[in-house]
Design a protein around this ligand. Structure first.
Ligand code: NOJ
Length: 502
């Protein structure tokens, strides 16, 4: 099954790329109308594509009518109970607890009350423009049931649950024990009072029941950056979500032993709950892998915890590895996510002018961490100058495309048999044939240190050379697809798919 996942398309002030939703039942005019959404669903379905939309339920926009009403209604009002409004500590001067925002700084902002004086604080685990909802308020769950049904009734095939581990908080909102200047390291947290709290699973089960009450195959995906594969597997128990993004794989460095151990751990953790694995190399939140694989440190860290200067990247090396990584990813059992533009080998845009940066991380880090805009630059479709067919000529997209992206356009790559676009197309076509017969098993084969080699089914093999020297290919089988030219040797940073002999 193939599907398109759309990041939030709802009306939004865009304080966080649309993850600040002002109306859950509409389409932002920048993107179109509800009628356009219906047309998109119909066209995708006619092409055999499913459509998954983002559901952002941990927080709303500060412009959402619920939050506007809560601000206006004042302390102690029922309107404020939908969110986390609390009095501050130290005579109101200090935040109510030590929780931190994913974009840096404290997770609390103080409001001015109707009399103009500083008053209560409200919780936002992300930007101040994204106040957290209190899911213990019955109205919140009821409204989201209705929102989910609204979109399922319109024909969406699934949802991607944003920031799932954030949706429940330990009652009383106790300190997390974060030290001064702590950053949002949710992959290391154990027993945290605002992340991966047990009651999150009640919400996921509630939505799954709704999804299951619809006909057809509805697929629910969570975004859950938690402490390791075992914690993650809890989000995909049989009555919860169908799949979850695999952040351990997404952030793994270009290193054979590390990749193998992440792949093994992912498969082992999911086996007991019977959920399929997912594999993803890039997203709208991470540095594009064609760039990070060309750096000295090939792991991914963005957001508030990212280094201010990740160091220079070798673009040719990064792209070579990215192409090999694509063949590795698309060979693994389970579902693979392709982030728009990776099929063109797009690099991170690292030189966006500071005044155009939109990611809240930039402001919240005191202009030290640039954030995620560099992976969100719109796709180049055709032509030799911006906007490369993404918008009408002369209409600037929300972030500028590099002038030199002409050779990377879809049109240019279509015409080039060796392009990254054609590598992805061949791989996806072949994958459909191969996975139809290969089952879910994966058997590691010994190809020496630094080379990943595995077999699936009776004859499909994938080999990836992560060493600095070429390795013999003789005896491994007939090459079906290669990420770079190879004869009887597998060059460094190259992957091949082969059909085993016999
Ligand atoms: C995760 C989304 O992927 C990210 O883009 C967003 O900033 C946060 N959740 C907050 O909604």
């Amino acid at each position: 099954m193939d599907a398109v996942w759309l990041t939030p398309w709802y009306p939004s002030p865009m304080a966080d790329g649309g993850y600040d939703v002002a109306d859950y039942r509409g389409i932002d005019p920048r993107f179109g109308t509800l009628a356009d959404a219906d047309a998109l669903l119909a066209e995708a379905h006619a092409l055999g594509l499913r459509v998954v939309v983002d559901l952002v339920a941990n927080h709303t926009s500060e412009q959402h009518p619920w939050f506007r009403a809560a601000l206006a209604a004042g302390p102690g009002s029922p309107e404020r109970e939908r969110y986390f409004f609390r009095d501050g500590r130290a005579d109101g001067e200090e935040p109510p607890n030590d929780w931190v925002s994913a974009f840096g700084g404290p997770a609390w902002t103080r409001v001015r009350e109707a009399d103009g004086r500083p008053g209560q604080w409200y919780l936002h685990l992300f930007a101040p423009e994204q106040p957290d909802l209190d899911w213990t308020h019955p109205g919140v769950g009821d409204d989201f049931d209705a929102i989910l049904r609204f979109w399922l009734d319109r024909g969406i095939d699934g949802i991607r649950v944003d920031a799932a581990p954030a949706m429940a908080k330990v009652p009383g909102l106790p300190d997390a024990g974060h030290g001064p200047g702590a950053s949002f390291e949710s992959r290391t947290w154990v027993g945290n009072p605002h992340w991966d709290v047990e009651e999150v699973h009640d919400i996921l089960r509630r939505w799954r029941r709704i999804g299951d009450s619809y006909d057809g195959d509805r697929v629910f995906v969570t975004e859950a950056v938690v402490n390791g594969p075992e914690r993650l597997s809890r989000y995909v128990r049989p009555d919860e979500m169908h799949t979850s993004f695999n952040f351990d794989y997404l952030t793994c460095p270009w290193d054979a032993a590390r990749l193998r151990s992440v792949i093994d751990a992912s498969l082992a953790a999911l086996a007991p709950v019977g959920a399929p694995a997912t594999w993803v190399l890039s997203s709208h939140d991470e540095t594009r892998h064609a760039t990070r694989f060309g750096r000295a440190d090939t792991s991914a860290t963005t957001g508030a915890g990212a280094p201010a200067d990740p160091g220079p990247a070798d673009p040719a090396l990064g792209l070579r590895r990215a192409r090999a990584a694509a063949l590795l990813t698309l060979a693994l059992p389970g579902s693979a996510y392709v982030y728009q533009g990776e099929e063109l080998g797009l690099p991170e845009v690292e030189d966006l002018p500071e005044e155009l940066l939109q990611d809240p991380t930039w402001e919240r880090s005191g202009h030290t961490v640039r954030g995620r805009d560099g992976c969100r630059v719109p796709l180049p479709w055709e032509g030799d100058r911006p906007p490369f067919g993404f918008t009408a000529p002369g209409v600037a997209p929300w972030l500028p495309q590099p002038a030199g992206w002409g050779p990377l356009t879809v049109a240019a790559q279509r015409a080039d048999p060796g392009s990254t676009l054609n590598l992805y197309r061949s791989a996806l076509r072949l994958r459909r044939r191969v996975t139809a017969t290969a089952g879910n098993d994966l058997e590691w084969l010994d190809a020496g240190d630094g080379v990943l080699a595995f077999q699936r089914g009776r004859s499909f093999r994938c080999l990836v050379n992560l060493t600095a020297s070429s390795r013999p290919l003789a005896g491994w089988g007939e090459v079906l697809l290669a990420s770079a030219p190879c004869d009887d040797l597998l060059p460094p940073d190259t992957a091949v798919w082969v059909a085993a002999p016999g």
